[in-house]
Design a binder for this molecule. Sequence first.
Ligand code: MLT
Length: 219
Amino acid sequence: MSSDTRKRSSSELGFIHQFIPAANRSDQITLLLLHGTGGNEEDLIPLGRELFPRAAILSPRGKVLESGMPRFFRRLAEGVFDIEDLKYRTHELADFVEKASKVYGYDLRYVISIGYSNGANITSSLLLLRSEVMFSAVLFRAMIPFMPEKVPNLSMKNIFLGAGENDPIVPREQTEMLFSLFKKAGANVVLHWQKNSGHQLGYDEIPAAKEWLSNVPIK
Ligand code: MLT
């Protein structure tokens, strides 16, 4: 049982999720937390708290099951995505974030998405297809979800990419291509390479993301 009595767990709005209101009503930021394969809506709450302690939290559980492990979209093999399902799930998740903003009373202009691995990949897809549901994103171990037919305008978006130097799942070129794609789209994007790190998060990158977040312009 949680000690935070204001925490709401729900399977309404189409996703099992948790919503934790901001520490103060005047705090505008809401973190959208998107877990990795096999995770759930609880996983990234400590990370969200570390990165932005006072923010509200919206944390859904991915609806696709792979051998019982929740994910945000289907894949055909490691690193090979079912693009049709990915696009469908991206819109479904964006609709959920929009509906939840009305129910919980947060403003989409102050949403920061924090995604890890599979959750980072669907965040990239949200940025390419439905970027109106966030103004900033922190992506740990993201890949290019798909190449868009038309490069979107991300000139108002701030993106932190956290990559592992020795990641066996995300090759270096993938990270560099994703960085270039976001740059081409006009985003304010930074790339942080974590030394001696694979797909798991390393020690320096959480403080680095936190420092970056503290300087993100909030309008
Ligand atoms: C994915 O399927 O999104 C990526 O391969 C990362 C993972 O979940 O292993």
